[in-house]
Design a protein around this ligand. Structure first.
Ligand code: HEC
Ligand code: HEC
Ligand code: HEC
Ligand code: HEC
Length: 504
């Protein structure tokens, strides 16, 4: 038997034939590998259906009969025992931790009440409880539009399908109280028929359209972040689009960075409120988790929200996606060590170091902002003019937007530490600019003393300093919880009995 080399040198066509055969084999191997990857997800939820239900079914327990593992793990977002150094699933009263925030939000509902989120399980309860939603006594009452429900419940999908999107955004928060009762669930992220990931919220679809993109063309890996980006984003209520509607809008038209979103807001002269002390036209950052994550190294390497917050889990030899969305530090083995070889303690230390450093500089920006607001109030009190204050108020607006942008997402100092440091650095410069200009204005008005830092050592002191009637607010809320909420829940329970579910 001659060696292959000898045979080929006798018959050159044989070499080409071998080459072609190899190409064909490699091509089909590649094809096989890619279908395996695609099928993996599908194969994993090969299941025997127990129930059939409507495409808008908001009750996750019903879906859970078909997918018990996903459902059980999803219910674990009710567990509030885990605490990391700065975050976790325990409710944390952020105004108590950091009373400076009360002054920064003077004149806005966040100064009344602001907690670090617990978990999806509490999305409805916490929105009942927060002083920010007030104590409506009638459906038309209360400070908030129905739009506030948008990121809380799969009932939103049901109502938008039934009444249309515009009608939804036109209602008050209390008008939809009896309709929206199920916390964030399966129908927010999945298509009922195929179980594919899908975008259920029009705001994200519209934001993509405005950027000239089609969200339905996203890759599977992108979808593993985009389902979260339906809610974990910066947004505002656009009241100019349709008369009488608070239209949920993401300010992404010019880009997703802190500057591009600011440009967008500046161009439409938008402000969330006028600051009670400085009278600056303020912006409130919501929770730009997705936008900030996009600037980090993990996003750059194609790691999705679900990779860290919904890792695979095995139970009885069955692999499935852990739906207990929480701090990944509660589960470093599945969340991080799939990719990183370091010990658990080391990885946690890496996270804490980044968080500590960002919080250190953010805290400095916060103190400068407190002073800027207090000094601006002094200037107004001494008779400063609009013209004298105009630029100063713009500096304050911009500085605080940067502070809030970096503080509002509780994962951001890990998701993208370098970007956070850049944003805060620019915030510090702007806050100092404001204060230098303020010192000049104050001197012109004949005031040359240093202004003392206010005594805002506790939340109660800070709320007193800005003059919030906390007693009244709490009383109003207690009454609402005792009278309105039980009625809402009763009405909902009666209605839900009529939803069609077929058992197999
Ligand atoms: C329908 C809106 C919605 C979607 C979709 C959503 N979330 Fe949330 N998420 C919320 C709300 C609202 C809270 C706060 C709930 C509370 O504590 O009352 C929250 C809280 C959380 C928390 C814990 C709260 C914290 O700040 O400590 C984590 C972690 C989280 N979400 C991750 C995710 C991930 C990851 C995804 C995507 C796979 C996702 N969420 C999709 C609305 C949503
Ligand atoms: C915040 C979004 C979100 C919610 C809410 C959610 N899922 Fe998922 N689900 C995901 C993501 C992300 C995956 C991973 C999908 C993938 O990569 O293909 C997933 C995967 C699945 C799968 C595929 C099998 C597996 O385990 O990977 C099933 C089945 C499933 N979810 C069922 C449910 C059920 C039932 C509920 C409600 C109890 C639910 N999901 C709620 C985001 C969500
Ligand atoms: C799917 C893979 C994957 C997962 C899951 C993952 N990482 Fe990473 N991580 C990466 C990649 C890729 C990089 C970029 C560095 C590189 O290319 O070597 C990175 C970078 C890092 C860095 C350095 C980046 C910086 O900020 O300077 C840290 C720290 C880190 N990861 C921690 C974690 C922790 C903690 C978790 C779990 C919560 C985690 N990673 C989960 C893939 C992953
Ligand atoms: C590389 C892993 C990784 C990726 C990717 C990632 N996160 Fe995180 N996330 C973390 C870590 C680590 C923390 C900090 C947890 C802590 O401090 O306890 C965190 C914190 C959070 C928190 C606050 C949780 C809490 O306990 O208060 C939310 C909400 C969150 N992430 C949402 C998201 C969303 C939405 C995405 C995608 C847009 C995302 N994360 C992408 C690792 C990740």
């Amino acid at each position: 038997m001659k060696s292959i080399r000898e045979q080929i040198s006798n018959k050159p066509w044989l070499g080409w034939l071998l080459f072609a055969a190899t190409l064909v084999i490699v091509f089909f191997l590649g094809l096989l590998a890619s279908t395996i990857m695609e099928r993996r997800a599908e194969a994993m939820f090969a299941y025997t259906p127990q129930v059939e239900f409507e495409s808008w079914e908001p009750r996750s327990a019903v879906w859970g009969e078909n997918f018990p593992r996903e459902y059980q793990s999803y219910l674990q977002t009710s567990d509030t025992t885990f605490r990391s150094q700065f975050n976790g699933s325990a409710m944390i009263d952020m105004l108590e931790v950091d009373p400076k925030m009360v002054v920064l939000w003077a004149g806005y509902a966040f100064a009344k009440d602001y907690n670090q989120g617990r978990g999806h399980y509490y999305a409805i309860t916490d929105v009942y409880n927060t002083l920010r939603t007030g104590g409506p006594k009638k459906p038309e009452d209360g400070p908030q539009p129905a739009t506030c429900w948008t990121c809380k419940s799969p009932d939103v999908v049901r109502i938008m399908e039934r009444d249309g999107v515009e009608a939804f955004y036109k209602k008050t928060w209390a008008q939809l109280g009896p309709e929206i009762v199920n916390f964030i669930g399966c129908n927010d992220c999945h298509d009922a028929k195929t179980m594919n990931l899908r975008i259920s919220r029009p705001a994200l679809v519209e934001a993509f359209q405005k950027m000239g993109k089609d969200v339905t063309k996203s890759t599977h890996q992108e979808m593993r972040s985009l389902v979260c980006a339906q809610c974990h984003v910066e947004y505002y209520f656009n009241k100019k689009r349709v008369e009488g509607a608070a239209w949920l809008t993401f300010p992404w038209e010019k880009g997703l960075t802190v500057e591009k979103m600011e440009e967008y807001y500046d161009a439409i002269e938008f402000s969330d409120w006028t600051h009670a002390l400085s009278k600056a036209p303020m912006l409130k950052a919501q929770h730009p988790d997705y936008e900030i994550y996009k600037t980090g190294v993990h996003a750059d390497r194609g790691v999705s929200c679900a990779d860290c917050h919904m890792p695979f889990k095995s139970e009885g030899g069955q692999k499935f996606t852990d739906h207990h969305m929480t701090s990944p530090l509660n589960n470093v083995a599945n969340s991080c060590q799939v990719c990183h070889r370091e010990e658990t303690a080391k990885l946690i230390e890496n996270v804490y170091q980044r968080q500590e450093r960002i919080i250190e500089i953010r805290d400095q920006l916060e103190q400068l902002l407190v002073m800027a607001h207090v000094e601006a109030k002094k200037a107004w009190d001494l008779g400063a003019t609009e013209v004298q204050m105009k630029e100063i108020l713009q500096d304050i607006r911009k500085a605080q937007w940067r502070w809030d942008f970096s503080a509002a997402g509780h994962g951001s100092s890990f998701h993208s530490p370098v970007e956070m440091a850049r944003v805060i650095g620019n915030g510090i410069r702007l806050a100092q600019d404001a204060r230098i200009k303020l010192a000049r204005v104050l001197a012109k008005l004949g005031f040359n003393e240093a202004i003392a830092y206010p005594d805002i050592a506790t939340k109660a002191k800070a709320q007193q300093f800005i003059g919030l009637p906390m007693e009244d607010l709490r009383k109003e809320k207690a009454e609402f919880l005792q009278t309105m909420v039980p009625k809402w829940l009763e009405e909902a329970a009666a209605r839900e009995k009529s939803y069609k579910v077929t058992r197999m």
